[in-house]
Design a protein. Sequence first.
Length: 235
Amino acid sequence: MIDALDLTVDAHVHTGFAAGRDSVGVVVSAADRAGLTALTFADQVGPDTAWLSAYADAVRRAQLRTEMTLRVAAEVEVVQPDGWLAWPVDLSQIEAVSVAVSRLPLPSGLLLATREVRSMLAAGQLTAEQVAEALITATVRGLERASRYAPTQLARPLSLLAQVGLDDAVITPDMVDALAAACRESGTIVEVSEAWRCPSARISALLRAARVTLVPASDARYAAEVGHWQYLRRV
C-alpha cells in the first residue's frame, strides 16, 4: 500500500469557507512546509452555498505563490437512494467532486442520520446487512451521478459504518467488487482518509487489487493537520 500511495499529495482539505478553520493561504503555507506537491481543496457545499466563486478565486490566487498543484473541488453529499446529491446551484467553479455519504438513504426514500440508524439497528428494524447494502448502493449511484458533471473522488469511504457501530466485515467481497466496478467505470479515485481512519486496510487492499486508484487525504480541518500521516502509514 505504501508503494501505491504518493504521500506528497493531499487529496482532501478544508478551509474557513466551510468546515475548516484556516484561510486558503494558511493551508497552502502549511502544505508547503509539509513538503507536499499537490493539494485538493474540498470544502463542503450544498444548495445554499453562495461562496464558490470567492473560494475558487482564493485558490487561484494561492496558485500564483506556490509550485504545488492546487485543485478546486467540493465535497457533496448523497441525499437520495438513487444517488442524487445536494448540488450547489453553480458547478462552474468546481474542478472535481468529492462524493460523501454521511446519512443513509434507504430504498423506501428515507434519509437516516447516524443516530436513527443506530436506533433502528438496536430495535431490530434494520440489520447490519441491510445497512451495508444500502450504503454500497447509495455510494455507487452517487458516483455514477457525480461523474456526469465533474471528475469524482470518494470521500471517507464507508465511514458511516463505524459511526453506527458496525465493523466493515459486514462489507462482503461482492459489495467491494460492485464499488470497485463503479469507481473504475466512473474514473473515481478513492480517498484513504487520515481523519476518518477509512477505508480499513482490508478494504483498501481489496480496492487496490481491483485496480482502483487510491490517494492520501487528510480531510484536515486545521492547517497543521495537512499532509501529516499516521493512519495511512499503518495501512
